[in-house]
Design a protein around this ligand. Structure first.
Ligand code: GLG
Length: 839
């Protein structure tokens, strides 16, 4: 070999860095390296989980490279950052999402296969972070995905719960809750940052003093101090370098042992302090809609909010910016009222710790915060008993009094002699025992207030927040929710993704409005046939899964009629059950009746303390027991309850649906986001005029949506007239027969007592108006059955649903937040060569 020849050979190949390279060879080498040096394993003894960890670390290295460049750029360019404060996040498994976003799914698959392994089974090893209950937490995760993809500087702050939402098992038809030990085997996605720990104070008392300038000041002497340790998880954007941070706080005792207590012999007392502190972030409250009065819950809220705000102020000052410009560099979104205490905490930090004057601090606070409301249910509006609040946060109580006094002074000037108005607007609820109204604190302390769907925002303005709307109409906006097409289409439905991309290209992945191009294809019979083939294959996948896990054989040509969401009376899973029983009765009466075969699939968790919701699960499984095994039914109806509905399991469900059940009582569901995921994957919706259903129906057009039920106005009128559910029961034989069958013990081995509470609730109160909507629902379901017979028209309608769902991307929602509330701009991230960065 001549020297020239050797140089030529060297130039012809380029060895990639093992931590950043993206070729399958490099990835394979990196995975083997991580297996060896991180897991401490060699192939002969490595478990699938070890391989999962090795692959996860390999992908994380690629993310870190982008993440570091992102953080660096934001520091250097002094950009404005969105801070999303949310007590809940449901990001779902990270690995596959990162493969999709980085565009290395195929390379990693190849790398893994070359080692004789299968990527799907490696992906299945991941334990998802169940750090939320439902829609609110999942929305936060979709928004983090869109923020990164749109290259908007953002940090998502939250709580690192040691135990997330419980795992659900079904035993003898009942829900059983199992502790979610998601951290048991380690979490490769998080990086602890103990050096950035902050202190959070609780309890104690306050005392006034005069500062050097002669100004009146207050200091807070706490009873207890807890440390907050940040754990950072990188959040990738789709095919961009931007990688944002989800920073979750864990509570720890400041010292592992309180040595002073230890020295005087109080060993257990010293350990107790540690236990008390660490209990703070132990477990997520498993209620979908907020609960009242639990001290630990207020402690969790204050803890993560205080950690986050202290962290933001520190970042701001580290960038060399004066405290007075804080609101120009950060905008803080309150995801519901859970972090609303932030308003008082930022005031405390600015006034007590950074010694600003009240008015200056208030201007900064109001301009920094914005508030999203997620529910109208009156029982869900968070309020805290004054005593509890004052003993835990004595200084914040004083600050809230001061905010309230200044606010009510303003109100008094506007509404002369209107004490009712004042009482309604006040941050303090009087009467009986006084309470702090967190929604009011959020409204007063924010420059923008938004609802999550058009109807919801209108109802906010007319109802719960009417007085605030009258006062500050300019603060109110609607931002209809959206979901990320990366996870909810590309990741969960590769078959449909491929078909669509083949026809219209892949721009839709970041510009979902481009789905519009599918409209003309709805007219193409050959395309419709392919679409049907895909749908059938995806339904078969779910059927296989259910066969394997529950031993139930499903007919993939039946209508897959699915309701998957938290179990709640307002969401009306039991209305769905009344339809099942009605169909059952019809077939029993007329065994030769030609009904299209249907598979009813349910998924969802009930709050552990919500007895009625748990009874609804038992009703679904009990009806399934009877119906699935009744020979007269000839397999025309099947009822399946899929246990443990979470992000992972939901991913099998949305793509397989023909029919999406969105049947809440009108006016109760703020938005819903499952409705969007189903539609995006080509299901038709049967729904009420509630939440985002209304806008989905407008978008897909009325002919392509199965509408039933009373409107929210009807429901109000119905109740005002004195709603008597019994009237519907007495005058509707099919309804009566269905309810009587439940009451008779037919589905409970003759036990009439079992479902009595549910039957009584329906006949005596029926707060969610199931009986009033029953006939309309049944008629609509009959139309669904009819329509499904004509498969070709059904498919056309499904394609049109997808073609017109573009508006419900979280990218659109985030763009609206940026434009109307946050006033932030994208910042592109360029990668420095790794070697260069190291030097
Ligand atoms: C709430 C509402 C849902 C809404 C979601 C996200 O009940 O209707 O879609 O927030 O805004 N508790 C929730 O999940």
């Amino acid at each position: 070999l001549s020297p020239e020849h050797i140089t030529e050979i060297y130039d012809s190949f380029h060895i990639e860095d093992d931590r950043t390279g993206l070729s399958s060879e490099t990835l394979q080498r990196a995975i083997a390296d991580n297996l060896y040096y991180i897991q401490g394993k060699f192939p002969e003894i490595a478990t699938l989980y070890d391989y999962y960890m090795a692959v996860a670390y390999t992908v994380r290295d690629r993310l870190l490279h982008r993440w570091i460049n992102t953080v660096k750029t934001y520091r250097e360019q002094d950009v404005k950052v969105v801070c999303y404060l949310s007590a809940e996040y449901l990001p779902g498994p990270h690995l596959e999402n990162n493969l999709v976003n980085l565009g290395i799914y195929d390379q990693v698959q190849q790398a893994v296969e070359s080692s004789g392994l299968d990527l799907r089974s490696i992906l299945a090893q991941e334990e998802e972070p169940g750090l939320g209950n439902g829609g609110l937490g999942r929305l936060a995760a979709c928004y983090m995905d869109s923020l990164a993809t749109l290259e908007i500087p953002a940090i998502g702050y939250g709580i690192r719960y040691e135990y997330g939402i419980f795992d659900q098992e079904i035993r003898e038809g009942w829900q059983v809750e199992i502790t979610d030990k998601w951290l048991r085997l380690g979490n490769p996605w998080e990086i602890p940052r103990p050096e950035n720990a902050v202190e959070v104070k609780f309890g104690g008392y306050t005392e006034p003093y005069t500062d050097d300038q002669g100004d009146y000041r207050v200091r807070w002497i706490p009873h207890q101090v807890v440390n907050g340790i940040p754990y950072d998880t990188p959040i990738s954007g789709y095919r961009v370098n931007t990688t944002s941070t989800m920073r979750l706080w864990k509570a720890e005792a400041p010292e592992s042992f309180d040595f002073q207590a230890f020295n005087v012999g109080d060993y257990y007392g010293a350990v107790d302090a540690k236990i008390i502190s660490e209990n703070l972030t132990k477990v997520l409250y498993p209620n979908d809609e907020p609960i009242q009065g639990k001290q630990l819950r207020l402690e969790q809220q204050y803890f993560f909010v205080s950690c986050s705000l202290q962290n933001l102020l520190k970042i701001h000052l580290l960038r060399g910016d004066p405290i007075e410009t804080f609101h120009e560099k950060f905008v803080i979104q309150l995801n519901d009222t859970h972090p609303a205490i932030g308003v008082a905490e930022l005031m405390r930090l600015l006034v007590d710790e950074y010694l600003l004057h009240w008015q200056k601090a208030w201007d900064i606070t109001q301009q920094a915060f914005a508030y999203t409301n997620h529910t109208l249910l009156p029982e869900a509006l968070e309020t805290w008993p004054l005593n509890l609040f004052g003993s835990l946060l004595p200084r914040h109580l004083e600050i809230i009094y001061e905010i309230n006094q200044r606010f009510l002074d303003q109100v008094r000037l506007k509404y002369l002699g209107n004490p009712d108005k004042l009482a309604r607007l006040s941050l303090i609820e009087e009467g009986g025992s006084k309470r702090i109204r967190m929604a009011h604190l959020a409204c007063v302390g924010s420059h923008a207030i938004n609802g999550v769907a058009a109807l919801h925002t209108e109802l906010l303005k007319e109802g719960v927040l009417k007085d605030f709307y009258d006062l500050w109409p300019h603060k109110f906006t609607n931002i209809t929710n959206g979901v990320t097409p990366r996870r909810w289409m590309v990741l969960i439905n590769p078959r449909l993704t491929q078909l669509i991309t083949r026809e219209i290209g892949e721009t839709w992945i970041t510009q979902l409005e481009d789905f519009k191009r599918l409209e003309s294809l709805a007219e193409d019979p050959a395309f419709r046939q392919e679409w049907r083939r895909v749908k059938r294959a995806v339904k078969q996948d779910l059927a296989d899964y259910i066969q394997a896990h529950q031993g139930l054989t499903l007919n993939p040509d039946s209508i897959f009629d699915i309701q998957a969401k938290r179990i709640h009376e307002y969401k009306r899973q039991h209305l769905n059950v009344l339809h099942i029983i009605t169909l059952y009765n019809r077939i029993k009466h007329n065994p030769r009746l030609a009904v299209p075969p249907r598979t009813f699939i349910f998924g969802g968790k009930a709050a552990p303390g919500y007895q009625m919701a748990k009874l609804i699960i038992k009703l679904i499984t009990s009806v399934g027991e009877v119906v699935n095994h009744d020979p007269d039914i000839c397999d025309l109806i099947k009822v399946v309850f899929l246990p443990d509905f979470n992000v992972t399991n939901s991913q099998r469900i949305y793509p397989a649906a023909d029919l999406s059940e969105q049947i809440s009582t009108a006016g109760k569901e703020a938005s819903g986001t499952g409705n969007m995921k189903f539609s995006m994957n080509g299901a038709l919706t049967i729904g009420t005029l509630d939440g985002a259903n209304i806008e989905i129906r407008e978008a897909v057009e009325a002919d392509n949506f199965f509408l039933f039920g009373h409107t929210s106005e009807d429901i109000v009128d119905l109740k005002a007239q004195g709603y008597v559910p019994k009237t519907f029961y007495n005058t509707n034989p099919a309804l009566k027969e269905a309810i009587d069958l439940i009451a008779s013990g037919y589905f409970s081995h003759g036990n009439r007592a079992l479902f009595q509470p549910l039957v009584d609730q329906l006949l005596q109160a029926d707060p969610y108006c199931l009986l009033a909507d029953y006939q309309s629902y049944i008629d609509c379901q009959d139309q669904v059955g009819q329509a499904f017979q004509d498969q070709d028209t059904w498919t056309k309608t499904a394609i049109l649903n997808v073609a017109r769902i573009g508006r419900f991307s979280s990218d659109r929602a985030i763009r609206e937040y940026c434009r109307e509330i946050w006033w932030v701009n994208p910042v592109s991230i360029h990668l420095e060569e790794y070697q260069q960065a190291k030097a």
